[in-house]
Design a protein around this ligand. Sequence first.
Ligand code: ADP
Ligand code: MG
Length: 212
Amino acid sequence: MLNVEVLNVSKRYGYQWALRSVTFSVENQGLIAILGPNGAGKSTLLKTLATHVTPTTGVIKVNGLNLHGNMEKFKEKIGFLAHESYLYDELTVKENLLFYASFFSVKESRVEEEIEFFKLGRYSDTQVKKLSHGLRKRAEIARSIIHEPEMLLLDEPFSGLDKESLSFMINYLEMQRGKTIFICSHSFENVEKICERAIYLKNGLLMEDKKL
Ligand code: ADP
Ligand code: MG
């Protein structure tokens, strides 16, 4: 597990502050929920942890090192499931995973294992645009962990999932206890069953930080 320190992190888009001096730290903890209503700043916080967004002020340290100053080093340690899809519609499930695997020199055999694990075998040669929402999300999770990251960042992983994909996702996350996982959600549902800690944001402010 990684130690993560978020220190006075603020992010401004134009005149809008999406995060306002957010501070918390995570040490030896597995599943952490980031909760709050729409517009609270959850996705911005996750994107900042994923290094896709740089804080306007403040700093994030991972294992004592400045995250945004060492992005190359941390790239292989971080997996990010964004709200929007990173899969290519025209490529098949397998082609997508092989494409992302190639960035990290991940072997084809690992891609095949991953496809089996996520029960995507039947859809391996199906173009992503032809998948249902739940299957696509499963492929998206497979994509985000193809390089076996130590920290996983999941933006609304449960939204719009059918029953089968939802129970798959929950079982999967329960098996990942050794990893540092941040889960953003606008709803407490599903999250409360698996997370050990909840951080509440509202208007970019950290309102509450509690043990579950
Ligand atoms: P949440 O995920 O909790 O719904 P976001 O982090 O997406 O919240 O957004 C927080 C605030 O920042 C919102 O007011 C949103 O409109 C604004 N915001 C987010 N991303 C951008 C962006 N790329 N450009 C401008 N404003 C943004
Ligand atoms: Mg969001």
